[in-house]
Design a protein around this ligand. Structure first.
Ligand SMILES: NC(=O)c1ccc[n+]([C@@H]2O[C@H](COP(=O)([O-])OP(=O)(O)OC[C@H]3O[C@@H](n4cnc5c(N)ncnc54)[C@H](O)[C@@H]3O)[C@@H](O)[C@H]2O)c1
Length: 267
């Protein structure tokens, strides 16, 4: 790359020959929806992908799919609220492939509940998975990135945190905190060669959104599409495409950013 000297980032080198060959990557919630699409795209671009998911069977299935497509993948049944399980799985990834270089946190849960009916347990569960889970996973891998002088972290937040979604106060609070955490981490590690960005999806057709539609919390796809400026719903692949870019060496100057992938929704 021909860049003027004053734009050089000394001691910050991407892993591998071309910045992506064989990178060690973990995707949480990688067994379904957006996480699964992210796994496919990153594996296709050469990353070795560890699929972390609460659903161990689905994680194995995802890793099989990645290997069948020519990728390198392992599956781990991991609950992102359990720091011991996370550290254990990260340790196995490190032992097999080396230090973790890329982390995408897509594991998440939602609920639609009027504010006055949110139980303490429900509040705690949503915060535990969406916020604390993101914290645990990032803290478990970041030392690898610090020592390598290179890393890429992408958190999956939500447009509901930007716009405020009724009956989702707990979910919205958890995802708002993920956005804030992403920005703070980006600045804390800005000089360590690590970028930290977040994608707040909106209008994406996934198993999670279909569950919400089936329960009557979201309108059907045709109605949703009419409310999206581009006129159609996004897919996991749209999230994956943005994610692959944010995880690339080319995105080295992009950190602490909130990249809306939402078909032009005005948030
Ligand atoms: N679908 C949408 O429209 C939408 C919109 C905004 C944000 N999001 C966010 O995007 C992310 C991905 O959502 P999706 O639509 O692909 O959902 P999904 O339900 O298809 O996938 C989520 C995955 O996370 C896993 N998971 C749940 N709890 C876990 C835990 N404790 N530990 C490990 N894994 C766990 C699930 O097993 C599942 O495989 C979530 O964080 C979600 O909040 C989704």
């Amino acid at each position: 790359m021909n860049r003027p000297a004053h734009t050089a980032a000394p001691d910050k080198v991407p892993p591998g020959d071309n910045g992506s060959a064989g990178r060690v990557t973990i995707v949480t919630g990688g067994a379904s929806g957006m996480g699964l699409s992210v796994c496919h795209r990153l594996a296709a671009s050469g990353d070795r992908v560890a699929v972390f998911d609460l659903d161990g069977v689905a994680a194995e299935r995802a890793a099989d799919e990645l290997r069948s497509a020519g990728g390198t993948a392992m599956a781990f049944e991991v609950d992102v609220t359990d720091r011991g399980l996370i550290d254990e799985a990260v340790g196995k990834v490190r032992a097999a492939w080396g230090p973790v270089q890329v982390l995408v946190t897509s594991a998440g849960v939602f609920a639609f509940e009027p504010f006055t009916e949110i139980s303490t347990d429900s509040w705690q569960r949503i915060l535990d998975v969406n916020l604390n889970g993101t914290f645990h996973c990032i803290q478990s891998v970041i030392q690898d990135m610090i020592e390598s002088g290179w890393g890429r972290i992408v958190t999956i937040s939500s447009s509901s945190a930007q716009r405020g979604s009724p009956k989702m106060v707990h979910y919205t609070a958890s995802k708002g905190a993920v956005i804030a955490m992403t920005k703070a981490l980006a600045r804390e590690y800005a000089q360590s060669g690590i970028t930290v960005n977040t994608i707040p999806p909106s209008g994406i057709d996934t198993p999670m959104s279909r569950v919400s539609q089936a329960a009557g919390h979201l309108p059907d796809n045709a109605t949703m599409a009419r409310a999206i400026p581009v006129g159609y719903l996004g897919s996991g692949e749209d999230i994956a495409a943005a994610c692959v870019f944010l995880c690339s060496e080319e995105a080295r100057f992009i950190t602490g950013q909130v990249l809306g992938v939402n078909g032009g929704a005005v948030i």
